[in-house]
Design a protein around this ligand. Structure first.
Ligand SMILES: Nc1ncnc2c1ncn2[C@@H]1O[C@H](COP(=O)(O)OP(=O)(O)OP(=O)(O)O)[C@@H](O)[C@H]1O
Length: 800
């Protein structure tokens, strides 16, 4: 412990030191002093270099006597000047070395006036390149005057001659110079061409002007017009062969005669080059640390730990043969006739009828004759269904937003909507949703993709064998195909014990579990209660983190974290979405009642902003299972076929789910509208292949660990020895009393403790009477009003 403390203080002092150094280099005064120094040093160099050319001969013999005070040099800047100049000019670059004092001087000015560092860097780069080029060039043209090219220029020439000869060097020099000019002045073959004919046209201009002056009046009215404009008129008159050859310059001229004067408005359509002025690049003095971190390390990539993770490919999914909807014209006609006949029996005339064929049902859209009341048709729903003698008829009167009446009639041969066919759609593949779910296809055969993050929770109901489990698998598969293990974690609750077992294989990739549990998939009711409470703690922790980061939801939080604006040392971390899937909710409610309902309701009410989403499926959508509070917090509900109208109302607040045909035929209510879908079908072997594929890849060390939840039983009857107190006990007292919130997670974050130790301290705090009793997932009550009272209490304790 002491060691840990020591290292923390050590790192603290280290960071302090580091901060001091950083602020020294960032201070304006440092910049000023350094800028002045560089500028003056530039002048110093220039003077010594200039002086060097007169004095080098005399000073040369003195160079080695640098330390001898009596040795005299002629350089204006003494021995140091003579030595530096000797180094840069004689041993270095010859006259090209003059570039260095200028670079120094301007660098000083750059720093003084806080001009961008980038500009300075570019200047140095090109300065040095030019210096080398020039010293080689001088060495080439004046091989006998080694002083002008310096040793470097001379030696480089000498070296290059052996390899490419004199002509080679000349060509290299020429090439590099041309390459520079071309790139600097953006020379293009077009601009070269364009420049060439200009000169030619210029010649023709002189001819033109003579012509015009011959005419006399033009010269008089527009004497100050530039030559080019005057000439233009002539070119329109004469067919100038030169101009014809050069189509690049298109010249048009309008001559307007006004009562008083003759106006010439020439329009020259020439390839005009635009020169973009460099805008002033401001340097920000307080460079934010996060920007620097992002510059240095790039954005934080949560997927880095499993960067080689491969998403499952679509090949793992099965093709189902009869996926193309076949239109049975006879069936269509027969159904149409039946509908028309039935409605006529009830004296409802039809103006128009249209059919849309979906995978399982066909929608007949009817426009009734004028004057027919829609409510009349709605009331006759059962009778019409009976007359059509088919299971699964649903009447939508009116179709929202259309004013027509829809009658959905099941197809004789239904088509399976394979998971592959929905996942391969562009709609899903290119979806930008946070948690996209490809649930199936609509009646118009359009893939239905919905964002779980926006829902924010999903309630699924349906009688046994109608497709709930397949629906859950479709949901999970959608997420597995779209989200990296770092981005989403599943908490799977499967009281039936068999439905979700396959997902065990991806435990260390995608599942989350309680720290002390062996299996990630939860099948036992007590563990479900613990897990739900643990999720509530996770939710509270996440809210605290969001609060600390001044953001409102997980998306903003993660963006901030990725851009390195949140320090992991302060307890921040990238937050994956957590999707809680409960396969059989009715069972849980029956066995655990309020203990399950309370945390579920709490999560459903609050967890959306922190990225915890619930998917709850139930066989029995009765009111004692889907209570009002749960229903209110699950705006998006899916109904597979249910057995009674009442069940349909309970789940959807509307009829219809009892009229479905089963086998994945479902209705989804998104709050304001109910859509009929054919759920995508994913079979167990397909899920098996996907989980195998993922499970065989490198995984995290363990499943994602949820916060530890200490059940009620361990929070009571605390009898703790005072001398056994944690050494951070007093610090913890202060944290808790200051925040007036008795939660272990607060201690964890503020004192950087593990959960167990924080939990122990909370127990000690309870024993000391500082916090109240355990209250489920809520924070404990703090019994000490303020720090003063706390100090008093601690003093009294010590006095005893
Ligand atoms: N989307 C679908 N497309 C085609 N057939 C389906 C679809 N969904 C389910 N089925 C068929 O219905 C059967 C039962 O589905 P499922 O196991 O999902 O029912 P369930 O509602 O979960 O039942 P239980 O509540 O008893 O577990 C499947 O084996 C399959 O044959």
């Amino acid at each position: 412990m002491a060691k840990k403390k020591k290292t923390t203080t050590k790192t603290a002092s280290k960071t302090k030191k580091k901060n001091g150094i950083v602020s020294f280099f960032k201070s304006k005064q440092t910049h000023l002093v350094f800028g002045i120094f560089l500028a003056l040093f530039g002048i110093f160099l220039l003077v010594s270099f200039l002086s060097f050319f007169n004095t080098w001969k005399a000073d040369q013999s003195q160079l080695h006597l640098f330390s001898d005070r009596l040795a005299e040099t002629k350089n204006l800047l003494g021995k140091i000047g003579a030595n530096i100049s000797h180094f840069f000019i004689y041993k270095g670059f010859g006259i090209s070395a003059f570039i260095i004092p200028f670079l120094m001087f301007f660098s000083g000015l750059y720093i003084l006036f806080n001009i961008s560092f980038k500009a300075m860097r570019t200047a140095w780069f090109w300065g040095v390149v030019f210096m080398i080029w020039l010293s080689v060039a001088v060495g080439f043209f004046f091989p006998k005057k080694a002083l002008l090219s310096g040793v470097i220029g001379f030696e480089l020439n000498d070296y290059l001659i052996d390899f490419i000869g004199k002509i080679g060097i000349f060509l290299i020099l020429l090439f590099t110079a041309l390459a520079y000019v071309i790139s600097k002045f953006k020379v293009t073959p077009e601009s070269l061409k364009a420049n060439l004919p200009k000169r030619i046209t210029k010649n023709s201009k002189s001819v033109g002007i003579d012509d015009i002056t011959d005419e006399g009046y033009i010269a008089e009215t527009i004497p100050e017009k530039p030559l080019s404009e005057l000439e233009l008129k002539v070119t329109t008159k004469k067919a100038d062969p030169v101009q014809k050859q050069e189509p690049k310059i298109v010249v048009k001229e309008e001559v307007k005669v006004t009562p008083n004067k003759l106006e010439v408005t020439p329009t020259v359509h020439e390839e005009v080059k635009i020169e973009v002025e460099k805008t002033f690049e401001e340097d920000h003095l307080v460079e934010s640390l996060s920007n620097k971190l992002v510059d240095d390390f790039g954005e934080f990539d949560p997927t880095l730990e499993l960067s080689e993770f491969k998403f499952p490919s679509l090949d793992l999914l099965k093709d189902y043969g009869n996926e193309n909807i076949t239109i049975d014209q006879e069936e269509l006609e027969a159904n149409k006739d039946k509908i028309v006949e039935t409605l006529n029996n009830y004296k409802i005339g039809i103006a128009n009828i249209k059919a849309t064929i979906g995978p399982t049902v066909t929608l007949y859209e009817i426009v009734p004759e004028a004057g027919v009341r829609i409510s009349k048709i709605k009331n006759l729903e059962d009778d019409i269904a009976l007359s059509l003698a088919a299971l699964g008829i649903r009447i939508v009167a009116p179709i929202p937003g259309k004013g027509t009446i829809g009658i959905e009639v099941p197809n004789k041969n239904s088509t399976i909507v394979s998971m592959k066919s929905v996942l391969s759609t562009q709609k899903f593949q290119t979806s930008k949703m946070e948690l996209p779910l490809a649930l199936g296809k609509t009646i118009s055969n359009e893939t239905f993709v919905i964002d779980l993050a926006k829902m924010p929770h999903l309630l699924m109901a349906g009688a046994t064998g109608q497709g709930k489990s397949v629906g859950l698998n479709a949901v999970l598969t959608s997420l597995l195909y779209k989200k990296h293990p770092a981005e989403v974690k599943f908490v799977l609750v499967d009281p039936k014990k068999v439905e979700l077992t396959l997902f065990n294989k991806i435990e260390r990739h995608y599942l989350a579990k309680l720290p002390d549990s062996e299996d990630a998939i939860i099948t036992d009711t007590t563990k479900v209660i613990h897990t739900l409470n643990s999720l509530c703690i996770e939710m509270d922790n996440r809210y605290d983190m969001l609060k600390d980061a001044y953001v409102r939801n997980i998306k903003e939080y993660n963006v901030k974290f990725k851009t390195r604006k949140l320090n992991p040392e302060n307890g921040h971390a990238f937050l994956p979405y957590i999707v809680l899937v409960i396969d059989e909710f009715a069972d849980l409610i029956m066995t655990a009642g309020k203990e399950v309902e309370t945390p579920i309701a709490r999560l459903a009410q609050l967890a959306r902003a922190v990225g915890i989403h619930l998917i709850v499926a139930t066989q029995r959508p009765s009111v004692n299972v889907i209570t009002g509070i749960i229903k209110a917090n699950f705006p998006v509900r899916v109904a597979f076929r249910v057995t009674s109208k009442i069940d349909s109302r309970t789940i959807l607040d509307a009829q219809g789910a009892d009229q479905l045909i089963g086998k994945g035929d479902m209705l989804i209510s998104t709050g304001n509208e109910v859509t009929r879908l054919q759920c995508a079908f994913v079979d167990t072997p397909e899920v098996d292949r996907i989980t195998d594929f993922i499970g065989s890849q490198r995984a995290y060390a363990s499943a994602h660990l949820l916060p530890e939840y200490i059940g009620e039983e361990s929070g009571t009857g605390i009898d703790i020895d005072m001398s056994d107190r944690d050494e951070l006990f007093e610090d913890a007292c202060h944290v808790i009393v200051n925040a007036q919130q008795g939660s272990a997670s607060l201690l964890q974050r503020k004192l950087k403790l593990g959960y167990n130790r924080a939990g122990r301290i909370i127990d000690q705090l309870e024993a000391a009477g500082i916090v109240g009793k355990f209250e489920g997932s809520k924070a404990r009550q703090v019994l000490v009003a303020d720090i003063l009272a706390l100090e008093q209490l601690l003093k009294d304790e010590k006095g005893l």
